[in-house]
Design a protein. Structure first.
Length: 622
């Protein structure tokens, strides 16, 4: 029917070329000023002795499972709805909040199966009488190998943002390749849980990943992030509630200062735009069967009030790259939840889905490409066409970033069918790339260096080395040749940043290996070479394309101009809108850097939402 990303857990130091979240990384921004009004997490009073429950309370368990010399960080969460539902995360494999199968709960006995990249793992064990620990055996069944049985002990865990004393801090890890913006949430929870923490790393598509936390005798915290190589933060609370200390990974060390967030962000509270009940429309949890793959895509379908026999226009929301859920949740913002709410209130049915292998959707995320995600969006349109209250001739797609590329691909497929059967009626492209990925990456890397005031001659030298690596990848040179070029680039970046003494040879070797692994992944291989204009130039339906002038992940001038030219070449009725002062998420921003995302209160610029709604209303009038 349609043509058919390896995002392993790359080390932080290895992310020197681009962003796993949007195909490009972002320039560093100034660290926010300290905010002494934010209190540091304080130890909560001890909880009273636990009383053995008749059955354990729903919740999450976190811990490491030893597999030979390696340790796998696992989080299992169990909740009760109509029955028991389990979701599992295997952090090193990039499996996050994936729904488990074969869930069985009887008293304190629990069993469930988590599929991690095609290797099913079955957890069988018992929750302790006090509900604090979950002990048992994990049975892994890798293809072609006998089953392996691994003992485990997981401990009760909660999201730190649910704690009243949560401290949320933001800053950058300074690496030879530039700055990596992060947000850490840290809280002291009453015993027996103790301190808990999560981390957001936008450039790697990491959102609220759990960390192992140890409180040292000095009062400092040691936070460990499970990755290809574990990364460790040793942080002390400063008088202004900042966390200061050292970041270490694979021989690379750098000092780090993370400043406290304030307001709603300090407590992890909902954003002002985040939709709150009661809702003036129907909300249904749905599952969409993929017509060409053995997967089901889970999501949320919202339906505005309508007459029984009325046929409504509808929209499919398509998220940007990375392991996105149905809400396209980034740094505390639920971008698609906000957009879906506004569009549904305006009279449109809306479907938004967890990506394959993410959240409640089955399938394999890590090996999928942009074309695979496009087939998923195409399946969503077919599902809408099968709904009795949806007008099949008034279905449109709204795609963000890579999702915009997917939207154009789906539109081309549907319009090129012979004859077209209810092809998509319109497209809205948000922050759409308008050239191949290797060009975007080189533009973006130069923008980072300009932001750091690096002289033109040095920028030109780095660009030459990066270009050589990307060209070699496109030419499919041997991994050994790619690693040599990656190592040369990494060392040059280290010299340029004055941190060559901080980068051990082993760290440089590991970073170069990580870069090669990323650049050879299914997703990146396609991203580097695929030109989104190929599909855009064959789209005849009306298109609205919007970009923010402060977008640092695609160029609002070059990319949007390319998008416009491609669409007009295909004969589309095209509307191009550049929104002054908005970033890649269409938020009002100061610099546009992703490091600002967590500190911005607005999830989606309201005026831009109105532009989208007014435009699609005009296109679906009968």
């Amino acid at each position: 029917m349609k043509p058919a990303r390896t995002f392993g857990a790359l080390g932080l130091v290895g992310v020197l070329l681009g962003s796993a979240a949007e195909g490009v990384s972002a320039p560093p921004a100034p660290v926010p000023a300290p905010t002494p009004s934010q209190a540091a997490p304080t130890a909560a009073p001890a909880a009273p002795p636990a009383v053995a429950p008749a059955t354990f309370e729903p919740g999450c368990f976190l811990g490491e499972v030893a597999q030979g010399p390696n340790k796998l960080l696992v989080r299992l969460c169990l909740e009760q709805s109509a029955g028991w539902i389990a979701t599992g995360s295997l952090i090193q494999a990039g499996v996050i909040n994936q729904h488990c199968t074969d869930v069985s709960v009887s008293g304190n006995q629990v069993a469930c199966t988590l599929d991690a990249r095609g290797t099913p793992g079955t957890f069988e064990g018992e929750v302790s009488a006090d509900g604090v620990s979950f002990r048992g055996v994990l049975t892994l069944k890798a293809k072609g190998q006998p089953p392996s049985r691994l003992p485990f002990e997981l401990h009760r865990w909660i999201d730190p943002t649910s704690s009243a004393n949560c401290l949320r801090v933001t800053g950058e890890i300074k690496t030879p390749g530039g700055g990596i913006p992060i947000v850490i949430a840290l809280a002291e929870v009453p015993p027996p849980i103790g301190p808990v923490a999560t981390i957001d790393i936008l450039q790697q598509g990491v959102s609220a990943w759990p960390m192992l936390v140890k409180k040292l005798a000095t009062g400092a915290y040691q936070l460990t992030l499970a990755a290809g190589s574990p990364a460790t933060f040793t942080l002390a609370v400063a008088p202004d509630a900042a966390l200061v200390g050292m970041f270490e990974q694979s021989g690379f060390k750098t000092e780090i200062r993370l400043t406290a967030l304030t307001g709603a962000e300090a407590t992890g509270a909902a954003r002002p735009q985040d939709p709150q009940p009661p809702f003036p429309y129907e909300i249904t949890e749905v599952r969409v069967s993929h017509p060409a793959a053995p997967i089901q895509l889970a999501g949320t379908f919202t339906m505005p009030p309508h007459a029984v026999d009325e046929k409504l226009p509808a929209v499919v929301l398509i998220a940007g790259s990375g392991p996105q859920n149905r809400d396209e949740a980034i740094m505390g913002h639920r971008t698609f939840a906000v957009l879906a709410d506004a569009i549904t209130r305006a009279g449109f049915a809306v479907i938004r889905l967890d990506k394959r292998g993410i959240g409640a959707s089955s399938g394999e995320f890590s090996t999928a490409t942009t074309f695979d995600f496009a087939t998923d969006a195409d399946a969503a349109t077919e599902w809408l066409k099968s709904q009795s209250n949806i007008d099949p001739d008034r279905i449109g797609l709204i795609g963000h970033s890579e999702g915009a590329t997917c939207a154009a691909i789906v539109a081309r497929w549907q319009w090129e069918e012979t004859p077209p059967i209810h092809p998509v009626a319109f497209l809205v492209l948000l922050g759409a790339p308008g050239r191949p990925g290797h060009e975007i990456m080189r533009w973006q890397n130069d923008r980072i260096m300009q932001a750091e005031n690096i002289p033109a001659a040095a920028r030109e030298s780095i660009d030459k080395l990066q270009g050589a690596l990307l060209d070699a990848a496109i030419a499919k040179e041997a991994p050994e040749a790619l690693q040599a070029k990656a190592l040369e680039l990494i060392k040059a970046q280290a010299v340029l940043s004055g941190s060559e003494e901080l980068v051990a040879q082993s760290a440089a070797d590991e970073a170069s290996q990580a870069v090669v692994a990323q650049i050879l992944s299914n997703w990146m291989s396609l991203f580097l070479t695929y030109d989104p204009r190929t599909a855009m130039s064959a789209v005849p339906c009306p298109v609205l394309a919007i970009a923010g002038t402060l977008d640092t992940q695609v160029d609002a001038q070059v990319d949007l101009s390319n998008v416009e030219a491609a669409l007009k070449h295909g004969g589309s009725s095209t509307t191009i809108v550049r929104r002054e002062g908005l970033n890649h998420l269409l938020q009002p921003a100061k610099t546009g850097s992703p490091s600002e995302y967590a500190t911005i209160e607005t999830t989606f610029d309201p005026a831009t939402i109105e532009i989208i709604i007014d435009w699609i209303k005009a296109r679906v009038k009968k």
